[in-house]
Write a protein that binds this ligand. Sequence first.
Ligand code: ADP
Ligand code: MG
Length: 240
Amino acid sequence: MIDIINLHKKFETLHVLKGINTSIKKGEVVVVIGPSGSGKSTFLRCLNLLEYPSDGKIIFEGVDITDKSNDINKQRQKMGMVFQNFNLFPHLTIMENITLGPIKLKNIPKEKAEEEAKLLLKRIGLEDKANNYPVQLSGGQKQRIAIVRALAMSPDVMLFDEPTSALDPEMVGEVLEVMKELAAEGMTMVVVTHEMGFAKEVATRVLFMDEGMIKEEGSPEDIFINPKNDRTKEFLSKVL
Ligand code: ADP
Ligand code: MG
């Protein structure tokens, strides 16, 4: 689904991504772990061109999205993104947050979009929040809304950047639960997280990033039980 070829990203003189090569296959749940500042967010943001790569190529569903002549908006609709801080529109209701994209970008009639949104809200048990504003919701509720807002666009892949890092501990579980259900349904997912339990349980592949490179990748067993790289071992000894 996504081929990442020799991806580099520099901010001025800061060389953040130093040649990332990997592929994300349909149905995979790829969990990205690694120390703070290692380039995990930059990597994720390059996948949908929220950051433009300094070098290298990203091929999404057969299209070179890094080709300057490509209009990214079409592919971006196929890539849902969930951020640490929810990024809901504060001045819109939950219903409006969810239906905005389908109505404006996909030209879906309002009634149809709202019908779909209700089903999504029902699925996460928040159908009674449709007319509330984000500020009236808990962090866990906001993040579950952010997930279904992304799903409302019927994406082919979902990108998550530390979706539970801004939550109070008692709300982490409800968000991970929604993500686990998505994974079980076969959604292709790339997840940056510090939730090692989630990684062990749900990941089909784990990437360990350090200093702008993928230093090691493999199954959860490979990475968590038999890590080979010294930096992986050192990182895991701090977080496990
Ligand atoms: P991680 O998500 O692994 O913590 P990031 O990708 O956020 O790492 O950041 C990697 C490095 O890139 C850090 O040194 C960070 O300060 C720097 N960086 C990230 N975004 C920008 C930006 N927009 N401008 C300048 N430097 C940035
Ligand atoms: Mg980050």
